[in-house]
Design a protein around this ligand. Structure first.
Ligand SMILES: [Zn+2]
Length: 376
């Protein structure tokens, strides 16, 4: 049975002096020849299923044949986690600045070109080593040596990012509002998407918008491109550039289901097995039809009007052009106008998630759907 260590990481202080803390669980292996892994959950307050998945992973990993180190961080954002209003958890945005908690990670593109120049002829091992050190130093500089300070959200994000930069594989566990399971996957890691037991994958390119998955793969991807410009070719996902990172969307917010979490954990173990992080052949991907689309084809549909929504589109099931996705009830129009308005699209789509409430304003994001989807 594998032992894990548990530490409590301090990520900030409240007005009263109360400490903001995050639990950090670590499995360390002696051989440590395989990629190392970092998994976090609950950066957005209402997206709690990942905590249950980490519970199941902690249970299962104790009995796995570990080949690489694994760090697990539930309750990654203690402010968001405790951000209640009435019976609901909010916690998608910092209540003070309005900024999305998952847009506060750090990446400074300007470090890439000078690094590639300096280490143009270095060995792959040295590049991997020195670049990782650089990324960690960048974070340390901001956390420890910055007299102007950083925001509450940045302090939380950077502390987590310092852990993530030490790993080769990063999984950031989220959920949608009311949602099917889906996976954000960098294009170069396409082959890995088939190991998760998730039916929908969104392929993303090398663009940094402040999210954890991007903060992990963008620096390495940009470095690989910089080397390419200088005539030295590396492959993303291989050798020194063996870095993969995913945002795993585990269903709907505001709920945990421990049985589903066990299935989610088994899917993650299947992926870790495929990467050699564990040596347990019983963890294999489930047979399922996996659909994917590119990020540009993962589209939001904004409500054409205010009203009360009856969501009709079934998650994960292709919906033919012209079929109704939702109907919007307008009781103010009953008797002298249209009380029901049907919403449909002019192309085939797969509904992935919808807004969490039935009452919407004109312009509320009603659905997110796959367009131009294909089978993996
Ligand atoms: Zn989220």
């Amino acid at each position: 049975m594998n032992n894990f260590t548990k530490e409590v990481m301090s990520v900030g202080e409240m007005a009263s002096g109360a400490k903001l803390t995050v639990p950090v669980y670590v499995f360390e292996t002696e051989n440590n020849s395989a990629p190392s892994v970092y998994i976090q959950a609950n950066m957005h307050g209402a997206e709690v299923q990942g905590n249950a998945v980490i519970f199941q992973l902690l249970e299962l990993l104790q009995h796995c044949n570990l080949q690489g180190n694994i760090t697990l961080v539930p309750y990654a954002n203690p402010v968001a986690c405790n951000h209640k209003n009435g019976e609901y958890t909010l916690g998608r945005f910092d209540p003070i600045t309005g900024e999305n908690w998952n847009r506060m990670y750090h990446f400074d593109q300007s470090v890439i070109a000078p690094f590639a120049q300096q280490y143009l002829d270095a060995s792959e091992e040295e590049i991997a080593d020195k670049f990782q050190q650089l990324l960690i130093t960048e974070i340390d500089q901001r956390l420890e040596h910055n007299i102007w300070g950083i925001t509450t959200g940045q302090r939380i994000a950077y502390q987590l990012q310092r852990l993530a930069h030490q790993a080769d594989i990063v999984l950031d566990l989220h959920t949608g509002p009311i949602s099917s399971k889906h996976l954000y996957c960098p294009e170069y890691a396409k082959a890995s998407a088939e190991y998760f037991d998730i039916e929908h994958t969104i392929f993303i390119q090398n663009g940094f918008d402040g999210a954890m998955d991007e903060a992990t793969f963008c620096p390495w991807w940009s470095l690989q491109e910089a080397y390419q410009d200088l005539g030295r070719n590396f492959t993303m996902g291989k050798g020194a550039f063996k870095k993969e990172s995913f945002t795993v969307e585990l269903g709907s917010q505001e709920q945990i289901d421990l049985d589903v979490a066990k299935q989610d954990a088994l899917g993650i173990l299947s992926y870790l097995q495929s990467q050699g992080v564990i040596d347990n052949k019983q963890y294999q991907p489930q047979e399922m039809t996996r659909y994917a689309c590119y990020l540009k084809d993962y589209k939001a549909l904004y409500s054409p009007m205010g009203g009360m929504v009856d969501y009709l589109g079934e998650f994960g099931k292709p919906l033919a052009a012209g079929e109704p996705l939702a109907r919007i009830l307008r009781m103010d129009n009953y008797g002298d106008g249209e009380a029901l308005h049907y919403v449909s699209l002019e192309q085939d789509v797969i509904p992935i998630l919808h807004f969490a409430s039935a009452s919407v304003n004109q312009g509320t994001e009603l659905y997110k759907v796959f367009c131009n989807y294909f089978e993996l």
